[in-house]
Design a protein around this ligand. Structure first.
Ligand SMILES: NC(=O)c1ccc[n+]([C@@H]2O[C@H](COP(=O)([O-])OP(=O)(O)OC[C@H]3O[C@@H](n4cnc5c(N)ncnc54)[C@H](O)[C@@H]3O)[C@@H](O)[C@H]2O)c1
Length: 344
C-alpha cells in the first residue's frame, strides 16, 4: 500500500512516519512537506535510506506541485497533517494559516479525489466514488475547533464548532471542507480532533520546550495570565496509534475525538517540569527552577479549558492512551535536555 503523509517533518508527522515505518512493513511512505521553520528532517535520519521511505519537498499551496506528486505517487491513502500550527503566530499573522491550512488542504483533497475518481470510475449517480472504494483520506485536526469550556464538561464529536483563534478557525475551515467531500462526493474521509500533544521533537516555540529552554538558560519562564488555563495532554505516540486505528479501522465520514484524560492547569504543568529539571540537572537558580516562573500578559482570545471526551474511539476502535504521564514527561524532558546541551 502506498501512503502520503503530509507534514511528516513536523512534530507529530515525524513521530507518525517513524511509527508507520516500524509497525507496518508493507507500507511505502511518501512524506511531503514544505520544510517550514517548524520542520526538522533530522528526527527521521534513522529511516533516511530505507526503501520504504521517500521524501518530497512540496508546498501544498502550490496546486501544480501537489497534482504532480499525487499523479506520480498514486497514493492509496493520505494522512494529512501539514499545517501552520502555532496559535501565537496565527495572531501575529493569520495569512499563512489560511493558505496552508485551508487552501493547502483543499489542494491535496481535491487532487486525491480526482486521482481516485480516475482510478475507480464514477458511479452512475455522477460524483460519488464507488461504495467499495478503499482509498482513504485521514484529516488530522485539533480540539481547538470546539472553542472553550468552563470548569465542567467535555468536548464530544457533537459539540458545535466555535473556533476563537485564526489557527483554530483555519483548522475548522479545513475540517468542514473534508467533511463536505464525504457528503458531496462520497469520498472516503475520516477526521480526528486531538488534544495537546507532548513528546520529543516538538518545535522550540511550544509550551513544554519553551519552559525547559528558558529554565536551562536561567531566563524567566513565561506563563500566560495567571497560568489557570487547562489543557488535556497526550503523549505523541499515543496520538500516532490513535491515527493508525482511525485510518485502518475507522468508519468513513466519521469524526473521532482523541484525548489523554489528563488535564493540567498550565501553571501546575510548568511547576512539574521545574521539579523534574531540579532532579535531572541539579537545582536551578536560588535552589529551584520554579523561581524563574514569570507571569506575562495573557494571549488575546485565550481559550480557558480544553478537555476531550474520547469515549467514541475507545468504544468503537478499542484505543486508549497507554502512556503514563509522569514517566513520559520525564522522558520528554530528558530528550530536550540532550537537545539543548548539543545546541549550546
Ligand atoms: N501539536 C499538537 O498538540 C496538535 C494537537 C492536535 C492536532 N494537531 C494537528 O496536527 C498536525 C501536525 O501538528 P504538529 O504539531 O506536528 O505541527 P508542526 O508545526 O510541528 O509541523 C507541521 C509540518 O507541516 C509542514 N507544513 C506547513 N505548511 C505546509 C505547506 N503549506 N505545505 C507542506 N507542508 C507544510 C511544516 O513544514 C511542518 O513540518 C497539524 O495539522 C495540527 O493542526 C496538533
Amino acid at each position: 500500500m502506498k501512503l502520503i503523509v503530509t507534514g511528516g517533518a513536523g512534530f507529530i508527522g515525524s513521530n507518525l512516519v517513524l511509527h508507520l515505518h516500524e509497525n507496518y512493513p508493507d507500507l511505502q511512505i511518501l512524506n511531503i512537506d514544505k520544510l517550514t521553520y517548524a520542520s526538522d528532517t533530522g528526527y527521521l535520519k534513522s529511516i533516511k535510506n530505507s526503501k520504504r521511505y521517500h521524501f518530497s519537498k512540496i508546498d501544498l499551496v502550490d496546486r501544480k506541485a501537489v497534482r504532480d506528486v499525487v499523479q506520480r505517487w498514486q497514493p492509496d491513502g493520505v494522512f494529512h497533517l501539514a499545517a501552520e500550527s502555532h496559535v501565537d503566530n496565527s495572531i501575529k499573522g493569520p495569512e499563512p494559516f489560511v493558505l496552508s491550512n485551508v487552501v493547502g488542504t483543499f489542494n491535496i483533497l481535491e487532487e486525491c479525489r480526482q486521482l481516485w475518481h480516475e482510478q475507480e470510475g464514477k458511479t452512475k449517480s455522477g460524483n460519488h466514488l464507488p461504495k467499495d472504494s478503499v482509498k482513504r483520506f485521514l484529516h488530522v485536526s485539533t480540539d481547538e475547533v470546539y472553542g472553550t469550556l468552563g470548569d465542567d464538561g467535555l468536548f464530544s464529536e457533537e459539540t458545535p464548532y466555535a473556533p476563537n483563534s485564526p489557527y483554530s478557525a483555519s483548522k475548522a475551515g479545513s475540517d468542514f471542507l473534508v467533511r463536505s467531500y464525504y457528503h458531496t462526493y462520497g469520498m472516503n474521509v475520516v477526521i480526528t480532533n486531538c488534544s495537546n500533544n507532548y513528546g520529543p521533537h516538538q518545535h522550540d516555540e511550544k509550551l513544554i520546550p519553551t519552559v525547559i529552554r528558558h529554565a536551562l538558560s536561567s531566563e524567566p519562564i513565561p506563563v500566560y495570565g495567571k497560568g489557570d488555563n487547562v489543557r488535556d495532554w497526550l503523549f505523541v505516540t499515543d496520538h500516532c496509534e490513535a491515527l493508525t486505528k482511525v485510518f485502518f479501522d475507522g468508519k468513513d465520514g466519521e469524526q473521532y475525538n482523541i484525548g489523554g484524560d489528563n488535564e493540567w492547569k498550565n501553571l501546575d504543568l510548568v511547576r512539574q517540569i521545574c521539579d523534574i529539571l531540579n532532579e535531572e540537572v541539579g537545582e536551578g537558580p536560588d535552589g529551584d527552577y520554579k523561581n524563574l516562573i514569570s507571569f506575562v500578559t495573557d494571549r488575546p482570545g485565550h481559550d480557558y479549558r480544553y478537555a476531550i471526551d474520547a469515549s467514541k474511539i475507545k468504544k468503537k476502535l478499542k484505543w486508549k492512551p497507554s502512556k503514563d504521564f509522569k514517566e513520559m514527561l520525564r522522558t520528554t524532558i530528558q530528550w530536550y535536555i540532550e537537545r539543548y546541551k548539543v545546541k549550546a
